[in-house]
Design a binder for this molecule. Structure first.
Ligand SMILES: C=C(O[C@@H]1C=C(C(=O)O)C=C[C@H]1O)C(=O)O
Length: 385
């Protein structure tokens, strides 16, 4: 094959890709139109029966065109997720017109190329307006900037599929005067990043934030006796690796590329599916439409007596409220006392949640609602392929 033939084929591929983008943009605009109907008719945003019918039809049609079911399913699950999350964000904007202004100042840990920045872009890409990013060097600084009005939103990682809950953030939520207004999940692909031509065997030191160290513990054990230096953020780990011979940092391939570091090993995390969930905090709570899946997060301290946690949890059962997370943390300054963080699959505006919170007071020393927000962990419809 000559170069000209290759170029001609690539030209055709480029044209098809552009056409696909035009069609995707058109599909998204039409799906935005559907929101108006759903608002006017008070219908849930998500229609799983429609999604299933659509996927089955597309998979069948795809087969007749020689496209395998797995491929068609994957492509359209991504399109549907985008469509539903965009519609939900539009509905939320409609309900809270003042919450997202023309510009939003968002603060997160570290700077360019950090997982926090990637999650921030993912969350705000679905929300119109100009993004002003403010990098911080600690979680305290993030909530501080939201509390004192220097930022409108803060992004905090709360849990990871490999390393579990991020205790520092749970502890911060006990006192910070902020409300949880959103969540976003982002896949985290840890790589070992070093200056060009550095070999794995030459490394004497690795820089990383404590979270990547925990999430890649098995890979690191296999490397033997290397020095580990913890950094405030992935951005500072990258800078240290840039300035120190025979060292590497743990971060995303993109973050490395941004600063001129190369990937010397990828897929470092203990679990191949490594995802982090971030919460979005603001000064004021938001209202969440009953037409979308919602989470309510609480913090509660049970009474110091036998069975008090079980009694508190029974309240949720009696009101048929599904609990999706329960985390306990010690109370600073009161050794052996615990507070519990609870995520409910429910809307604070629902009557059963209001009644449950009222009853919960009888079984607890205190209860505080941390926020009610749009749940972004969409469960994809399952289709036979
Ligand atoms: C667009 C709609 O809303 C959602 C998005 C869908 C889509 O993008 O095709 C399908 C069903 C709904 O979950 C709709 O109800 O038609």
């Amino acid at each position: 094959m000559t170069n000209d033939v290759l170029n001609a084929l690539r030209h055709d591929i480029n044209e098809i890709d552009s056409d696909l983008l035009v069609l995707l943009a058109k599909r998204r605009r039409i799906s935005h139109g559907v929101v108006e109907y759903k608002i006017a008719n008070n219908k849930p945003i998500r229609d799983e029966a429609r999604e299933l019918a659509l996927l089955e039809k597309l998979i069948g049609y795809g087969k007749s065109l020689g496209l395998d079911a797995y491929y068609v399913n994957n492509v359209f699950q991504t399109i549907l997720e985008d469509s539903v999350l965009h519609q939900q964000a539009m509905l939320q904007k409609n309900l809270n017109p003042d919450a997202l202004s023309e510009t939003h100042r968002v603060t997160y840990l570290g700077g360019q190329g950090t997982y926090s920045q990637l999650a921030c872009h993912k969350y705000f890409s679905r929300r119109p307006g100009k993004l002003i990013e403010i990098g911080c060097s600690s979680f305290d600084e993030i909530t501080g900037k939201v509390e004192n009005g220097q930022a409108d939103f803060g992004l905090l990682p709360i849990e990871n599929t490999s390393s579990g809950s991020i205790n520092e953030v749970f502890d911060l939520l006990q006192h910070a005067q902020v409300s949880i207004v959103g969540e976003v999940t982002h896949s985290v692909e840890h790589c070992l990043l070093a200056t060009p031509d550095t070999e794995l065997s030459q490394l004497t030191k690795i820089y990383a934030h404590p979270q990547p160290f925990a999430q890649c513990s098995r890979f690191l054990q296999g490397l033997g006796d290397l020095q580990h230096e913890t950094c405030d953020s992935t951005s500072s780990a990258l800078q240290s690796a840039l300035n120190t011979p025979n060292s590497a940092a743990i971060g995303s391939a993109q973050a490395g590329k941004n600063v001129g570091l190369e990937v010397i090993k990828s897929n470092l995390a203990n679990q191949s599916e490594n995802h982090s969930r971030f919460i979005v905090v603001a000064r004021k709570p938001l209202q969440v439409s009953k037409q979308i899946p919602t989470k309510t997060s609480l913090i509660m301290a049970t009474k110091q007596q036998a069975g008090s946690l079980a009694d508190a949890l029974m309240v949720f059962k009696q009101h048929q409220i599904n609990l999706v997370k329960l985390e306990s943390r010690p109370v600073p300054g009161n050794p052996w006392e615990e507070v519990f963080y609870v995520d409910l699959e429910a809307n604070l505006a629902d009557n059963q949640v209001k009644h449950a919170l009222e009853e919960l007071k009888e079984h607890t020393q205190y209860v505080r609602v941390l926020g009610c927000y749009q749940s972004e962990s969409l469960q994809a419809v399952s289709v036979n392929t």
